[in-house]
Design a protein around this ligand. Structure first.
Ligand SMILES: Cc1cc2nc3c(=O)[nH]c(=O)nc-3n(C[C@H](O)[C@H](O)[C@H](O)COP(=O)(O)OP(=O)(O)OC[C@H]3O[C@@H](n4cnc5c(N)ncnc54)[C@H](O)[C@@H]3O)c2cc1C
Length: 257
């Protein structure tokens, strides 16, 4: 089976996010594999081990994504592609990413594409479904179980706490959700092997794309943190006094009465 995983490098959630001029500062920030993409990588490896074939991980990004692609190879993927946009593009949106990926898949034989349910930084959940639409593939989101029997896929998906069971055919794009599997940590031999596995960098030119073909359709106007919450106030004294204080505060300070 030709299995592909879409992988995005995202901020480490343990990192302190700094916003300046309406954008998240990414200088010197530690990046990680988007956590939902770890489920996708793990599932791809499991399906390959069961059915044979190859796992290819692909990321649209900059040089900084090489480290996460190597981690995916160390987990057990067979090869990786970085579609490096550093030289060609200053901005992009979900359309840009999906359009670039569409061009990447145009000439490739594909049975299964696994993406994360959502990227934890920008969190639109659009890239997988947009790509499936462009490729004319069936798309099933938030999957928690995948069983493939020849050309058929039996899928369980999470629907707000309920489980939906679907049957569909390959080729297929799924987006992966917590509960699908337990992503493995790269082993030491895996890390050593990953250094020799193919990791190819390509650019828009290689995909016969011009900057104008991938121009974003939307623009982020501003990004800001929620206002800091002030500390609470603990009322003291008899209950009847506390009620009076509360009513007075609601009238005079919060002005909600
Ligand atoms: C050239 C370029 C410039 C950009 N510039 C800006 C900018 O200036 N400001 C800004 O805010 N954002 C920028 N972006 C980021 C972009 O808007 C989104 O982050 C990106 O398209 C994915 O959207 P999302 O984060 O909502 O992912 P979601 O749709 O939530 O991601 C869901 C899944 O899709 C897959 N996926 C998502 N992104 C990628 C990827 N890059 N490669 C491979 N798989 C992926 C993963 O499997 C992921 O789990 C830029 C993107 C590009 C390509």
């Amino acid at each position: 089976m030709n299995i592909f995983v879409l992988m995005k490098s995202t901020f480490d959630t343990e990192e302190k996010i700094i916003i300046s001029d309406g954008r998240i500062e990414d200088d010197g920030v530690d990046l990680i594999i988007n956590p939902y993409d770890e489920y996708a990588i793990e599932e791809a490896i499991k399906q390959r081990d069961e059915h044979g074939g190859e796992v290819t991980v692909v990321s649209v990004g900059t040089d900084s994504a090489v480290k996460q692609l190597r981690t995916a190879l160390a987990m057990g993927a067979d090869q990786a592609f970085l579609i490096n946009t550093e030289e060609d593009l200053d901005e992009g949106d979900q359309y840009t990413t999906a359009r670039i990926l569409e061009a990447f898949f145009e000439e490739r034989e594909v049975d299964l594409i696994l993406a994360g349910n959502v990227a934890i930084d920008e969190a639109s959940g659009q890239v997988g479904p947009r790509l499936a639409d462009k490729l004319g593939f069936t798309c099933v989101t938030t999957i928690t179980s995948l069983e493939i029997k020849e050309e058929k896929a039996i899928i369980e998906r999470d629907v707000e706490g309920d489980t939906e069971i679907l049957e569909t055919m390959l080729p297929l794009l799924v987006t992966c959700q917590q509960g699908l599997n337990e992503p493995r940590y790269p082993s030491l031999p895996g890390i050593m092997k990953a250094k020799k596995k193919p990791l190819e960098e390509i650019e828009l030119d290689d995909l016969e794309l011009e900057e104008a073909d991938v121009e974003p359709k939307s623009k982020t106007i501003e990004v800001f943190s929620p206002p800091k919450r002030s500390t609470g106030q603990v009322l003291q004294g008899e209950l009847s006094d506390q009620v009076k204080q509360l009513v007075s505060l609601l009238k005079q300070e919060s002005k909600v009465l």
